[in-house]
Design a protein around this ligand. Structure first.
Ligand code: TYD
Ligand code: MG
Length: 447
């Protein structure tokens, strides 16, 4: 017999007064062994692989390009997708926009357990959305929601959110792991039985805890995270698990007054090409997110620390440990003493660049600010920096070059010994570099 914490799903062989994982008191109520094992969808006679056939189903496009791309071309009938994200990030907005577009193709049921139909209508008006085919059920009963699905026969069901619905005969509390799991099971069964594309919204707490919705990840076909900082308007759709598509994808949106807008040209959004001379302390890097090359602008500000104070090191959108390492290499290899300087680093537009291919760009931005000398605004810097100051190869160089080319950049510094050597017959010139020293002198940033 096993006991399970109602709050976080922690299991224990004995009953506990307080959960050792989440610290909740008196949360071990249910005995998991009482609940039936997960149901299989069908029970079939064994047959040879060669004799199994399936009709390839048409994907239903949500009409939001960035969303469809992440979904591998659209929603498959019967597919269950979990959309996770922090409260307020824009999950309801995204799915209301998608639901309205989807309702051009057939009836869509929006189950709203969090907001009244009036609140939903207000949001729709604000977004300029309306539809006869989008049916709103505002309520918290799973049984009623299922009843409405039977009645309405929608092509798509949206559940907002999986933590806000309840089973009438359940002993578990609203939003608990156990409850979420039961709901996930019910909606998955329904989706498979009736071949309805189903989108489940799940809230993640600030600390990244996804304990409730996480517990149904194995049931759903795809888990997609909607991320961003609330004080910034950039939003990212990132698939974590994707049974019908790739996880090597990234969808980009901007939260505006009129709802979510797709960012169709990310490089143009994150890196604005300047004239001949770039701004001081600024460089352009090319990072690959998923399989998508994106140009981004790195900014550095290097100023003398106040006398006797500890030098400040701040990074936004960059990995702090990586930049510390780069500073050490910079000091050692170029003999520049930055100990008496404050250094602030930032990636423009709220984007996060974690790839080491941006190393060269980061170091160059720092030097540019330090020497008060600009880097040509039409140059892209690509390369990882090794501990001894060598410029190391990066993956997908060709696609990075391609992106820079497309956007009209004129020069790219690239690692000399990159395996996938690329040639460029366009306006973009490639300058292979093998050491940090060499790169720095190419850029006119030496001491
Ligand atoms: P919402 O979709 O309600 O978030 P979630 O469902 O993930 O909790 O989004 C709420 C936030 O989005 C809210 O702070 C206001 C903002 N917002 C806009 O900036 N523009 C809009 O057009 C809409 C509808 C919301
Ligand atoms: Mg919401």
């Amino acid at each position: 017999m096993a006991y399970e914490c109602n709050n976080c799903g922690y299991t224990s062989v004995e009953w506990l007064g307080r959960c050792p994982k989440c610290g909740e008191w008196d949360s071990f109520k249910g005995e998991d062994s009482d609940s039936p094992p997960p149901e299989r969808f069908v029970d079939e006679a064994p047959k040879p692989l060669s004799e199994i056939s399936f009709a390839s189903k048409e994907r239903i496009r949500t009409g939001i390009g960035e969303f469809d791309r992440i979904l591998g071309g659209g929603l498959l009938p019967g597919a269950v997708i979990l959309l996770g994200g922090e409260p307020g990030i824009g999950k309801s907005t995204l799915l209301l926009q998608a639901a309205t577009k989807l309702s051009d193709l057939g009836r869509v049921l929006y189950v709203s357990g969090e907001e009244s139909s009036k609140q939903l209508k207000m949001r729709a008006e604000r977004l300029g959305l309306d539809s006869d085919n989008l049916i709103i059920y505002s309520g918290q009963s799973l049984e009623k929601a299922v009843g409405h699905v039977d009645e309405i026969e929608p092509i798509c069901v949206i559940v907002d959110s999986i933590q806000s619905l309840q089973l009438s005969d359940s002993t578990t509390s609203l939003g608990s792991t156990k409850q979420v799991r039961e709901l996930g099971r019910e909606f998955t069964r329904l989706a498979k039985k009736k071949e309805i594309a189903t989108l489940l919204i799940g809230h993640i707490t600030k600390s990244g805890d996804f304990s409730g919705p996480k517990s149904i990840e194995h049931l759903v076909d795809s888990t997609i995270y909607f991320e961003g900082k609330r004080d910034r308007n950039l939003r990212l759709l990132r698939p974590e698990k994707n049974r019908f598509g790739s996880t090597e994808l990234l969808g980009l949106f901007q939260m505006t007054e009129d709802g979510l807008e797709e960012i169709l040209n990310p490089s143009g959004f994150f890196a604005k090409k300047d004239g001949r001379t770039g701004k001081k302390g600024t460089s352009t890097v090319c990072t690959v997110e998923g399989n998508r090359p994106i140009l981004a602008e790195v900014q550095a500000l290097v100023t003398r620390s106040s006398y006797g104070g500890t030098p400040q090191r701040r990074t936004t959108g960059l990995d702090y440990n990586r930049t510390s390492l780069l500073l050490a290499v910079l000091q050692k290899q170029l003999g520049i003493n930055l100990e008496e300087f404050d250094i602030y680093l930032n990636v423009v537009g709220g984007f996060t660049v974690e790839e080491t291919a941006a190393d060269l760009g980061i170091v160059s931005a720092i030097l540019s600010s330090f020497h008060d000398r600009g880097i040509d605004g039409q140059t892209v810097l690509i390369g990882e920096i090794g501990l001894s100051g060598e410029i190391r190869p990066v993956k997908s160089l060709a696609s990075r070059i391609n992106e820079a080319e497309k956007l009209g950049y004129r020069l790219a510094l690239v690692p000399e010994d990159n395996r996938d050597r690329v040639s460029s017959d366009s306006e973009l010139q490639l300058r292979p570099v093998s050491t940090l020293k060499g790169a720095v002198s190419e850029l006119g940033l030496e001491g």
